[in-house]
Design a protein around this ligand. Structure first.
Ligand code: PBG
Length: 325
């Protein structure tokens, strides 16, 4: 036998020499849930290990993440039910929970990059990412763009570094980019949720924020999970509209989409390892069916191998801890 592939696997040193893919805390973004109050830490039942944190504890958590090398966080506020309206006005309240969280975290830890979500669902009494036509139930695209833009400007004014439009309305990246530039925020990045699918894997996230749609589903704006060419079209539009980074979401069931985007675009690619993917691993670990640390690293490496430069993941802190061991 002339060719023996096993020679390149004979010990850890050669395996390290020939390893094609690497993972470090540099690649990770930690999503964090925020609530009102002081010293409040409310566990998310369907996401063992994840909590909704009041701003003081959020700052503490962000410091720990930063010290572990995770230097970007994505904030998701859980808004009190009585502040949710059909117009989602709370989305751009400069004194609201989201803006305060951004401002206070930025003051406490200026070197941490903060990503703000742009979509109406946490603020909408309808639980939709866009405005709902009260007569027809239709999700209104162009009317929604105005609100999303106000929300993005509110976050930029509060000090956000990255705007993450997760709403999937047509034309939102250009609309937000133009408004940011007009208001002097030309340095604020846009990481667009370019290929965001209508997925059942978002269940635990909607529990965390109590943000599930009151009626219907999100299939008229989020993508059909049977489609991949459509992801390339969405990504091309976002690139043309000025996105700095393209994102695929969910992650694990869409590694093929991540790979396609990486092959077809030169912009950095992010993947969102979503709440349901986290819940699956943690549930199996709790049952003793999977080994926590090994499964986390194998999972995150799979994103990198598929072509993701950046991974948004609830495993960020644990992964950083495992990697430093
Ligand atoms: C809403 C939003 C969702 C997630 C991030 N932003 C849920 C949804 O679209 O219903 C999901 C994240 C996760 O499941 O971890 N704009």
């Amino acid at each position: 036998m002339l060719i023996r592939p096993r020679r390149n696997r004979v010990n850890e040193v050669i395996r390290s020499l020939v390893r094609e893919t690497h993972l470090s805390a540099d690649h990770l973004i930690a999503p964090l849930f925020v609530i009102e109050g002081n010293n409040q830490k409310v566990p998310v039942a369907s996401m063992p290990g994840q909590n909704r944190l009041s701003i003081d504890l959020l700052i503490q958590e962000a410091k720990e993440l930063y010290d572990l090398g995770v230097r970007t966080v994505a904030l998701f506020p859980a808004i009190n039910e009585n502040l949710k309206t059909p117009e989602a006005k709370e989305a751009y309240n400069p004194d609201g929970l989201n803006a305060r969280a951004i401002k206070e975290l930025k003051n406490a830890l200026p070197e941490m990059m903060i990503m703000g979500d742009v979509a109406l669902d946490p603020y909408s009494s309808e639980g939709h990412d866009g405005l709902v036509d009260p007569k027809t139930g239709e999700i209104l695209n162009d009317e929604t763009l105005e609100v999303l833009t106000r929300q993005a400007l509110c976050e930029a004014q509060a000090g956000v570094d990255i705007i993450g439009p997760s709403d999937m309305m047509d034309g939102r990246v250009a609309h937000i980019r133009q408004a940011l530039d007009a208001e002097g925020f030309s340095r604020t990045l846009i990481m667009s949720y370019s290929a965001k699918y209508a997925s059942a894997y978002y269940g635990p996230f909607r529990d965390a924020l109590d943000s599930a749609p009151k009626k219907g589903d999100k299939k008229t704006y989020q993508m059909d999970y049977a489609n991949a060419n459509e992801a390339l079209r969405e990504a091309a539009l976002d690139e043309a509209e000025g996105a700095d980074i393209l994102m695929v979401k969910p992650g694990l069931p869409y590694l093929d989409v991540i790979y396609r985007l990486k092959q077809n675009f030169t912009l950095p690619i992010a993947a969102y390892n979503v709440s349901g993917e986290y819940a699956m691993v943690k549930a199996a670990v709790e049952k003793g069916w999977l080994e926590n640390d090994k499964v986390i690293i194998e999972t995150l490496i799979s994103f990198r191998r598929a072509g993701a430069d950046i991974i948004l993941t609830y495993f960020a802190k644990e992964a950083a801890q495992i990697l430093t061991k």
